[in-house]
Design a protein around this ligand. Sequence first.
Ligand SMILES: [Zn+2]
Length: 593
Amino acid sequence: MAAELKILCGNGAAALERNAGKAAQFLGVPFSCNSPAGNGAGGGRPEHLAGQKSVVVASWTALKERTGSRKDIVDFLGGVKALLVYGWEESAVSNEFLAELTEGAVRRAKANAQPAHRICVAAGSGDICQQWAGLEFEVDSGAGGVEFELTGTKPDRRILISRDGEPFFVQLSVAGTQLLLLGCEEIADLAAPVSRGCSPLKQFERLAPLMMFLRRCFGDRCWQAPEMRGSFIIDDPLLRRRYGRLDYEKLLESMERQRYAACVAFIPWNYRRTDPRTAALFAAHPDRYSICVHGCDHTAREFCGTDEQRLGDLTRKALWRMDQHERLSGVGFAPVMVFPQGLFSTRAMQVLGQSRFLAAINSSPYPVDLAEKSLTLEDFLAPAFTAFSSVPLFTRRYPKNVAECVLDLFVGKPLLLVEHHGYFREGFGAVESFIAKINALAPGLQWTDLGTICSRACLQKRGENDELRIRFYTDRFLVTNPSMRRQSYVLCRGVLAGERSISATVNGRRVDVLFDGGQLEIPLTLEPSESAQIVLERRRVEVQWGGGQQGPLDRTKVFLRRSMCEFRDNVLDKSPLASRAAHRALGWLRGSK
Ligand SMILES: [Zn+2]
């Protein structure tokens, strides 16, 4: 039987402990909050955690409340398999307790009030630190807390994470218990709002080590992505031999060298303009090249409106054009929408939910009309944003900060990178060196197309009866049993409030759908290596785009805009002066919309 998680609460159950509980809940680890037996300031009777050995998370003050003397500490540790202690401070009483708890292995804690820190995760710590092992990065976290000054008394201790060159997350063995000391002063609050443009990486010190610890102790009973997938998305280009700085033959060579895959975010307006040789290149290399949908006409703020009729027309027309493009060029597409200019409205997300789009992708998860601080840290750490629509929103990022990408993979998001043709101005050195770093940190990462990525995105955890619970995000989902034994599953997908008219098929056969709170569940059993294709069907009024025309003025504006963009990308890109003139002209076109 698995160990149980206990979170030691200080007197008054401070926010610190509540935050640790939220993190455990987020990972799906059941826990109990353990209040001190006495009200003893600095040493009531030690409370034995009865029965099997527990896994314990505690602030040092909550731990000290239960363990007055060295003997009390030893008694306490007798019932504990693994213990993470955080919240340390630089004070005489904290240092004294620290030395006592670690049998002298730590001399003292040293406060660090710097706003930004250099984090170094030890190479070879992958058993605990997972994808972070071997990574060094700067983080402007504003996190205080301490680093530890170690003595040489326990040679088997491991420094898992250093901060500003000093031990910050340390593992050692004390009286048969795995003890992990964490230098941060608090655990991040998963319910805290995250502003537009703010990165959850700022919470690294306050959250990632605790997640590492819980995953180490509870393994497959924590929510985790069973596989990692990624794609390098290139916005806007036509499928011609060259587009601006992008040469498809050369990019293919680069992808073969560094084993990654690219997806062109294709503007549906260009559906009749694909060069057959480039189409043939895409068709011959489906493991490297794929395309998805990038707006419809790609005009300014195209998917930012609130007019449902207009958004519906754009969505249907985009799909109709992509179908035509597939028919004309032979290049299929993933029904995944990449919003132009990184802008979209909540209504646009709802309208996509009425169509056969599988998912949407954007750099920011904030729709233009959503109030600041409406999304929480927990939202940011889920594989996809699901609150806007029955279509999930995945996020992507520029290939700049490796740590941001590792955070995506660590929490189970697909790794979606984005660039434009200009990124290849100096060749493929930049992309290859970035991808090489990612591939080294996450050797299991599979580079593939967006259809595969979105329709297989999930988190998984083992349940009470050995069943695998899977949280998936799209209305078409593929699950495979990779094991050598028969496995039962419960597939879960969040539903919006009031949504009940959803039916499901598994490999074409209709199955029962159970609704439980805010999610639907589909039980399933798979033989070894067997796969199941799940399709959710919703009552939606799907209207096909009939190929109708825009007014002549609108058509001219779209034509002018696309022509200017292409002129800029293909001709002016080498001349900054001319490029600025083109930007001004585009600005005028935008203003005249
Ligand atoms: Zn674009």
